[in-house]
Design a protein around this ligand. Structure first.
Ligand code: ADP
Ligand code: ZN
Length: 733
């Protein structure tokens, strides 16, 4: 596959290959028969194995020439573009991630080395099987669940947890269809000329500004701000349309898989065909197809999770980051990157536009817009009749509540009034499970996880205690593990399940639905429930953070926040920002159509500046005050931070190492940074590993990454000790 303008190596030339193996340098090989381009995906011999890699450039030739082996073959996929190489390199420098790990992110599609060919795929048939077994039921359930997608035999069997012979049995009976299909077909074309909705005045203006950016064909970032329901999606779909007209590709990032189906339906309605999807719920076959088609130009739009940023777009013209403030854009595992920042980096390299959409932007983006680095567009009104709900505090100091009850009389009355009028109410509590603490009334012991420094959370639906850190579960004991007293264990504090119980007692005739991520085995089940709430006869929804994210409940007119103070505790730098965003987002669920909405916040500190800012609705005032405080403290975005997280099964080892590292902080002090710690991480043990943190604070504008890299390179971590660097940490757990 020729790619003009890129270097070409003829057979026998020395080439440097980046592999996904954890090696700290490129490996020299000889170009294969027929030669290869820079960027070619190849298979190379490494010891006794064959491993995948990318021809990164010319070889160095500093290796024993006689031992250099030849590239085995060039894979039949589009070569990595120069801009992708640069993106990976700069993302690696920014996050201090080794290049092989970056390449793994960029090749997260299995079977790339498979030759193009036909394959058998399986989908739902029409006949019923003669006899229904558990295994057969599972196969049919999987096909039902992922209706639009087709599976290979292996994928279907694995998803269903059955042997392939179960699937074949179903094929014989016509309950499952087997078909020949070419691998990796292009996606159907999306048509930008189909007409969309007629935009209102400020929507039309915003859309025009975005189109101008796309037409310019160069990099630019826009913060698109507008309350929920103001038509941000409507507006950025116009930017997608313009991107398609220019023959370029678009990527839309969403913070939550559960939102993709609704969104894809919207794209299909607007452009007449479905885009590609990229997230953990997508089958391997579809992933490979998307990956390959993007490189060949057979795919125009991808809707996905943050890892879609590392897909091999041939000509990326637009990246939308919807709900850009959402914390799930920060990857907290493996390569620690912030998808919002990486979107900006990637776009700046390939001359694309970025749209950051939010009702409550992150402080970082707000500051960038103020400083003129980002264009800012505001949608001020909700579409149609809907207005932002009225917001009021319920002063909990003035309410009388029995022990272990959380719904105040004032809130109860407000909910009852909605139910009586046939409207919907939502109670929000940001805690999964039944109760956050299980306490022994005899000795005061709190049940903790055996592997983590965390309390086990009772989940009554599952009848188990669950560790929210490592996922470990155990049955709820009847005797105290510490003093062995019988039947003295009691739940303390509310979770969403316990609140449901309380609501059932208060509103016995109401239809109540509980929304918590752990109650749904699959994204599809959750989606079903959400659809039912939106269309059905639910009176009262009780939910966790899940409900704050973009779902649309037209009959909802009241939001009650059980504990508005919850997020304000703790020393997290972003506590105020997060609480502000979350409360505004949740409140925004109320009054999306004609009936006016109201949000009631239960709080013990109605005078708290954050609570007052939430209630007054003076968002600009809040951001200004918050920005001023951060500037004063020299913290992000006005200063820089990096976290070093060290962990090991051996507590002494990890502390010794951290202390030694802290003593050798000269390289970071040389650039004006300070090192704090070592200190036990807020969660001092996870999965049996003891965790210690060092925090680096530096003035804005210093070359922090280089200094940190130099600093940590001085000491080699002993065998079982892990060191992770978190540049611009978002959470401090
Ligand atoms: P946001 O992304 O800001 O939450 P949406 O774009 O989802 O807002 O718009 C909210 C609702 O209003 C959607 O159902 C959308 O289809 C509808 N809507 C917004 N603008 C228009 C318009 N100009 N014409 C018709 N419907 C619109
Ligand atoms: Zn645990």
């Amino acid at each position: 596959m020729p790619s003009s303008g890129q270097d070409f190596f003829v057979e026998g030339d020395l080439v440097g290959v980046l592999t996904t193996q954890p090696l700290d340098r490129l490996l020299d090989y000889r170009a294969p028969e027929g030669g290869c381009h820079v960027g070619a995906f190849v298979e190379v011999p490494l010891g006794p194995r064959k491993v995948p890699g990318v021809v990164w450039g010319a070889g160095r030739g500093d290796f024993d020439i006689s031992k250099i082996r030849q590239v085995i073959r060039v894979l039949d996929v589009a070569p990595m573009r120069a801009e992708m190489q640069e993106f990976l390199r700069r993302a690696a420098d920014y996050t201090l991630t080794p290049m092989p790990a970056m390449l793994r992110l960029a090749t997260r599609a299995p079977g790339l080395s498979n030759p193009p060919s036909m394959q058998k795929i399986y989908r739902m048939g029409h006949a019923a099987p003669d006899r229904m077994t558990d295994a057969r039921r599972r196969v049919l359930a999987v096909l039902e669940e992922f209706g639009g997608l087709s599976f290979t035999l292996g994928e279907l069997a694995e998803q269903a947890g059955v042997t392939t012979s179960v699937v074949k049995g179903l094929v014989k009976q016509g309950a499952v269809l087997e078909e020949d299909c070419p691998r990796d077909l292009p996606f159907p074309r999306l048509d930008p000329e189909r007409s969309g909705n007629t935009l209102t005045g400020d929507q039309a203006q915003a859309a025009e500004a975005l189109r101008d950016g796309i037409r310019a064909g160069s990099y630019g970032t826009t913060l698109l701000r507008g309350v929920t329901g103001s038509g941000k999606t409507e507006v950025y779909l116009e930017a997608v349309a313009e991107t398609l007209r220019q023959g370029r590709q678009a990527l839309v990032l969403l913070p939550e898989i559960a939102l993709t189906t609704e969104f894809i339906a919207r794209i299909e309605a607007r452009f007449g065909a479905r885009p590609a999807e990229w997230h953990s719920g997508v089958t391997m076959t579809e992933r490979r197809r998307t990956w390959k088609m993007l490189g060949e130009g057979g795919c125009q739009v991808v809707v996905g999770a943050r890892s879609a940023l590392f897909l091999p777009f041939r000509d990326l013209g637009l990246v939308v980051v919807d709900e850009e403030h959402d914390t799930s854009y920060k990857q907290e595992d493996g390569v620690l990157y912030n998808a919002r920042d990486m979107a900006v980096l990637r776009a700046s390299i390939c001359g694309a536009q970025v749209v950051l959409a939010s009702a409550t932007p992150s402080l970082e983006s707000w500051v960038n817009a103020e400083a003129g680095k980002y264009q800012r567009l505001d949608l001020t009104a909700r579409f149609g009749a809907a207005v932002m709900p009225e917001m009021r505090a319920i002063d909990m100091r003035a309410e009388t509540l029995p022990a272990s009850r959380w719904i105040s009389p004032t809130l109860k009355q407000a909910v009852q009034a909605r139910i009586d009028r046939g409207e919907q109410a939502l109670l929000f509590i940001n805690r999964r499970g039944y109760a956050p603490v299980t306490l022994c009334r005899a000795c005061g012991h709190q049940i903790g996880c055996d592997h983590c420094d965390a309390r086990m959370v009772e989940h009554r639906f599952q009848r188990r205690l669950v560790c929210h850190q490592c996922g470990e579960t155990k049955p709820i004991p009847t005797t105290c593990p510490s003093c062995e007293a019988e039947d003295r264990l009691a739940p303390v504090g509310p979770g969403v399940e316990r609140l449901t119980e309380e609501a059932q007692a208060l509103f016995p005739d109401a239809t109540i639905a509980t929304l918590s991520s752990d109650h749904f085995g699959s994204a599809r089940a959750l989606k079903e429930q959400i659809k039912q709430i939106a269309e059905g006869d639910t009176d009262l929804v009780i939910g966790t953070q899940l409900v704050a994210k973009g779902h649309n409940f037209p009959r909802l007119t009241l939001v009650g926040v059980i504990d508005a103070d919850l997020g304000l505790q703790g020393s997290d730098l972003r506590a105020a920002e997060r609480t502000f965003q979350l409360m505004r987002q949740v409140a925004g669920r109320a009054g999306r159509s004609e009936a006016p909405g109201m949000a009631l916040l239960q709080t013990f500190q109605p005078e708290h500046p954050v609570i007052r800012a939430i209630l007054s609705g003076d968002e600009e005032g809040f951001w200004r005050a918050e920005a001023e405080e951060r500037r004063h403290a020299g913290v992000p975005p006005f200063g820089r931070m990096a976290g070093i997280i060290l962990s090991s099964p051996d507590a002494a080892e990890v502390f010794d190492f951290a202390s030694e590292l802290a003593r050798r902080d000269a390289p970071v002090r040389a650039v004006g940074a300070q090192v704090f710690g070592p200190a036990p991480a807020p969660i001092a043990r996870i999965r049996g590993r003891h965790r210690v943190r060092l925090l680096v604070k530096a003035p804005k504008g210093v070359a922090l990454q280089g200094a940190v890299a130099q600093w940590i390179a001085q000491l080699k971590p002993p065998g079982q000790l892990r060191l992770a660097v978190d540049i611009d940490p978002q959470s401090f757990f």
